[in-house]
Design a protein around this ligand. Structure first.
Ligand code: IFM
Length: 449
């Protein structure tokens, strides 16, 4: 008999997000989001792909929930599309949109699955973008109103809430590098977007708690990764430590300590965002758990001539690589241990962990993905060692349940435990699905793997 290596009440789940799976981009009264608009513009996504239909989850949600039940998942992290619920971002509520999430939540509960809604996963209502987007402070207030609407409707059944997914990614890729919607490239827009997103998180924590008919547990999902210097030189170490501020501390410090990292905004000079009295107290509204999205580490090298960053991300010399990133299992342990040691959040959930694999059905229709099994297995082993040091990790969610729309990279990056044929939308559980189902059943890994 294998050991039961995870605690009895450990939450085993999978994650997804609205724009990446739902489709029905303009169905049943949904308003457009920045991703609908961005992906419809020429040259913004690989092969011009969009999330218009995606996995058609909006129409096939029952089949998807049945598959989740077959998997044995105890929890499902999905996201609510803001513009499906409030098409203009503020004001009129689209009842049909809310009804969809209502049915989805009931469907999960009927199948014994805990719903974990995320209220924002990169898809700002286009109407709010036109009014100033995330750099506009008022967008945070609008987010608080929307959070209250969803919590009032679903909060009698939903216990766990995630305000934002990866605010740093939304700000950097959306407003600094322009590779994500809305495609801006402006340091001032980026810093202001970052601050408003964090304010929005604080607004939502309060709004959810006060609107929810039953006690709510509220958290945020941050993508975190260790940043290692390429070489053991003063210049690489200094650059890596600054990049660590920009990628990790920039959200961790305000959310969990109520302060921005010292020096952070000073280094942006005229591009620093306007931070008002009381903002940080709002951002640091106590949370019940921290969601950690972990995929890889960053390796950084000092380059004095690179503006603001003072360095560059480089490819590690000895690394093992997936089509997107380095595969670095020790990093998940380093991340949760560091978060716990430095910030002491009440509880940690790994809200995303996964790998893109170019998998495809073989002649018998079997989709075999040993690389994914190996990736997940190695990360779980490391996580288990951290938990043995009393780091309070209470759950783990694989990204992703099904293959889906990987933003600017389109459908080529397949992260799912379930293969989607994007021509027919047929679902085929991969071999990693069976492997993960066995992990969930035995509440841990077998000694040998
Ligand atoms: O697909 C994304 C997700 O939307 C946010 N976290 C990282 C995933 C993989 O890139």
């Amino acid at each position: 008999m294998p050991d039961l290596i995870f605690p009895k009440d450990f939450l085993w789940g999978v994650s997804s997000s609205a724009y990446q799976i739902e489709g029905a981009w303009n169905g049943d009264g949904k308003g457009p989001s920045i991703w609908d608009w961005f992906s419809h513009r020429r040259g913004k996504t690989a092969r011009g792909e969009t999330g218009d239909v995606a996995c058609d989850h909006y129409h096939r949600w029952k089949d998807d929930l049945d598959l989740l039940k077959t998997l044995g998942a105890g929890a499902y992290r999905f996201s609510v599309s803001w513009s499906r619920v409030i098409p203009e971002g503020r004001g009129n509520i689209n009842q049909a949109g809310l009804d969809f999430y209502d049915r989805l939540v009931d469907g999960m509960l009927e199948r014994g699955i805990q719903p974990f809604p995320t209220l924002y996963h990169f898809d700002l209502p286009l109407a709010l973008h036109k009014k100033g987007s995330w750099p506009e402070r008022d967008t945070a207030a609008a987010f608080g109103e929307y959070a209250a609407v969803v919590a009032a409707r679903l909060g009698d059944r939903v216990q766990w809430w995630i305000t934002l997914n990866e605010p740093m990614v939304a700000a950097v890729l959306g407003y600094m590098y322009g590779t994500h919607a809305p495609g801006r490239r402006n340091p001032g827009s980026y810093t202001r977007a970052m601050h408003t997103l964090l304010l929005a998180h604080g607004e939502a924590v309060r709004a959810i708690r006060s609107a929810s008919p039953r006690p709510a547990r509220v958290g945020i999902a941050l993508n975190l990764s260790p940043v290692h210097p390429e070489r053991d030189t003063e210049s690489d170490r200094r650059a890596a430590s600054w990049f660590d501020v920009l990628s990790n501390h920039i959200c961790l410090d305000p959310v969990l300590r109520g302060a921005y990292p010292p020096d952070l905004w000073r280094r942006f000079g005229p591009f620093a965002p306007p931070v008002r009295d009381g903002d940080l107290a709002k951002i640091a509204e106590p949370i019940d758990f921290l969601g950690v999205n972990y995929y890889t580490r960053q390796v950084f090298a000092g380059r004095w001539w690179v503006p603001i960053m003072g360095g560059l991300m480089v490819r590690s010399k000895q690394g093992e690589f997936s089509p997107m990133w380095e595969v670095y299992p020790p990093g998940i342990g380093e991340t949760v241990e560091r978060v716990w040691n430095d910030y002491r959040p009440p509880m940690i959930l790994v809200t995303e962990n996964g790998i893109p694999v170019p998998d495809a059905p073989d002649g018998n229709g079997v989709v075999s993905d040993p690389e994914r099994i190996s990736y997940l297995q190695r990360h779980l082993r490391v996580l288990q060692s951290s938990m043995a040091k009393n780091i309070p990790v209470k759950g783990y969610f694989v990204w992703s349940f099904t293959d889906n729309f990987e933003w600017e990279l389109g459908y080529a990056m397949r992260f799912g435990l379930v293969y989607i044929d994007f021509a027919t939308r047929k679902r085929t559980p991969k071999t990693s699905f069976d492997w993960y189902a066995a992990v969930i059943r035995r509440n841990g890994l077998e000694d040998s793997g």
